[in-house]
Write a protein of this length. Structure first.
Length: 108
């Protein structure tokens, strides 16, 4: 997976197509990422009675960003500000991501 936490990406398919956002969380095992403000879901939470204390929590609707598959997002190069495919090159014992458009390092 060539996308990391903190990268800026653009959604290339789905209801949020064309929008840009920052990666909040990357989940490489399931090939999913959470993008800030994208793919928002709503979860209806019931009211709960607390035991012994007698306090009750109010019902509410929670809004959260759901994960997207990594194939539905594309990295935006920090130098050329375009959608970019990424290659990897070994720099000593480190692996460096390189933009295919402008040949700049993405890990700056």
């Amino acid at each position: 997976m060539d996308i990391k936490k903190g990268d800026t990406v653009e959604i290339i398919s789905g209801k949020d197509k064309g929008k840009r956002g920052e990666i909040l969380r990357a989940m490489p095992k399931s090939s999913r990422v959470v993008v800030q403000g994208m793919n928002q879901r709503r979860k209806h939470q019931r009211a709960h009675q607390m035991a012994m204390g007698g306090r009750q929590t109010a019902p509410e609707i929670l809004v959260f960003d759901a994960p997207l598959h990594v194939s539905n997002v594309m990295l935006i190069c920090p130098k050329c500000h375009e959608l970019a495919k990424v290659t990897r090159h070994r720099d000593g014992d480190k692996s460096v991501r390189i933009c295919r458009n402008c040949n700049a390092e993405v890990d700056a």
